[in-house]
Design a protein around this ligand. Structure first.
Ligand SMILES: NC(=O)c1ccc[n+]([C@@H]2O[C@H](COP(=O)([O-])OP(=O)(O)OC[C@H]3O[C@@H](n4cnc5c(N)ncnc54)[C@H](OP(=O)(O)O)[C@@H]3O)[C@@H](O)[C@H]2O)c1
Length: 309
């Protein structure tokens, strides 16, 4: 049985492999998503021991939270850890960000309704806005925590300076930001601080939108967010595929899939205790849980690091 880990200084415990749900009802992110398949992805996760479900207001918008809420109703609420995020709102037809205490409080209430629950286990400020003092924004979430509406406090996409401002009172439990083997800036910017301050770092795009899963080749064509990502363009894409093929050799030694080895590698990094790979198909969820059970040898941890250095 895989040991569960605690989120920051909270009392929320999760299986180290969670589920990213931006492909569950995230119609504004991925084309032609099948909602029933999305529900099945969430069901598959919960039935197989995944506890953390990572959603957000902006996935859909709103629809991912609604679908996650529908499926959670089929299970014991205590067996599931719901994480959601907010910061976006529409003003005169434009999407803007708001971290004001008032907006965050309204956002939690609205998310509780969409999720059909009376508490959110982990609530994040999804993106920083330009005007709100981050300490005051987090203080608003602390009030909600004291009232039992949320159980842990997260921030996402904050710069290290914004994170320090947000965490002046030590209330931040989780930082979620981009980190993967093809984008390792977090090792220098965030991880020393998160480790020292008992903040759980949850990387997003851990598989770089599937690129690190080892299943694409030079002829693969993308028609979604990947079509614009720098790592998927021209020579860079070819170089990345070559690096991934070297991980595959290591994966073969362990008789594991490339994706699992990549995911297991992150869990060896300081304060990276939880992952939220996304999935469009139930079998991907099942497969990714394996990552928590793999123990990489030190020499392989270094080898993987060197391939992507
Ligand atoms: N805080 C933020 O601002 C932010 C931003 C982005 C994402 N996120 C969160 O992070 C989560 C993860 O990000 P992501 O889903 O965009 O990227 P990701 O985890 O890097 O990639 C997910 C994609 O990888 C492929 N995949 C997953 N498991 C696989 C396996 N075992 N074998 C082969 N392919 C596999 C699937 O792609 P295909 O099936 O399409 O090939 C899947 O859609 C999101 O769901 C979301 O919850 C947060």
């Amino acid at each position: 049985m895989v040991e569960h880990v605690t989120l920051g200084k909270s009392d929320v415990k999760v299986h180290p492999v969670g589920l990213g749900t931006n492909a569950v009802g995230g119609h504004n992110i991925y084309k032609d998503l099948d909602e029933e398949k999305g529900r099945d992805v969430v069901r598959m996760a919960i039935k197989n021991g995944i506890t953390l479900l990572d959603t957000a207001y902006i996935y859909g918008p709103e629809r991912s939270e609604e679908l996650v809420g529908e499926v959670v109703k089929e299970f014991n609420r205590e067996d599931v850890v719901i994480a959601t995020k907010a910061a976006h709102k529409t003003v005169d037809g434009e999407t803007v960000k708001d971290n004001s205490p008032e907006f965050l409080k309204q956002s939690v209430e609205a998310a509780l309704k969409r999720l059909q629950t009376d508490y959110i286990d982990l609530f994040y400020i999804h993106f920083p806005d330009e005007k709100t003092n981050k300490r005051e924004a987090v203080a608003a979430l602390k009030e909600l925590k004291d009232k039992g509406k949320i159980r842990a406090i997260g921030v996402s996409n904050f710069s290290i300076e914004q994170l320090k401002e947000a965490n002046q009172d030590g209330y931040v439990d989780v930082l979620q930001a981009e980190y993967n083997l093809l984008n390792r800036d977090a090792e220098k910017t965030y991880l020393p601080y998160t480790k020292e301050n008992n903040i759980t770092f949850i990387p997003y795009f851990p598989l770089e939108s599937g690129l690190l899963a080892g299943k694409y080749d030079e002829d693969t064509v993308f028609d979604d967010l990947r079509a614009d990502k720098p790592n998927f363009q021209g020579q860079k894409f070819k170089d990345n595929l070559e690096k991934v093929s070297r991980i595959k050799k290591i994966a073969d030694k362990y008789e594991e899939e490339t994706a699992h080895i990549v995911l297991a590698w992150y869990l060896t990094q300081p304060s990276v205790d939880v992952l939220i790979p996304g999935a469009k198909r139930p079998e991907q969820v099942l497969s990714n849980i394996r990552a928590a059970e793999i123990k990489l040898e030190t020499s392989d941890i270094e080898k993987i690091s060197d391939i992507f250095s």
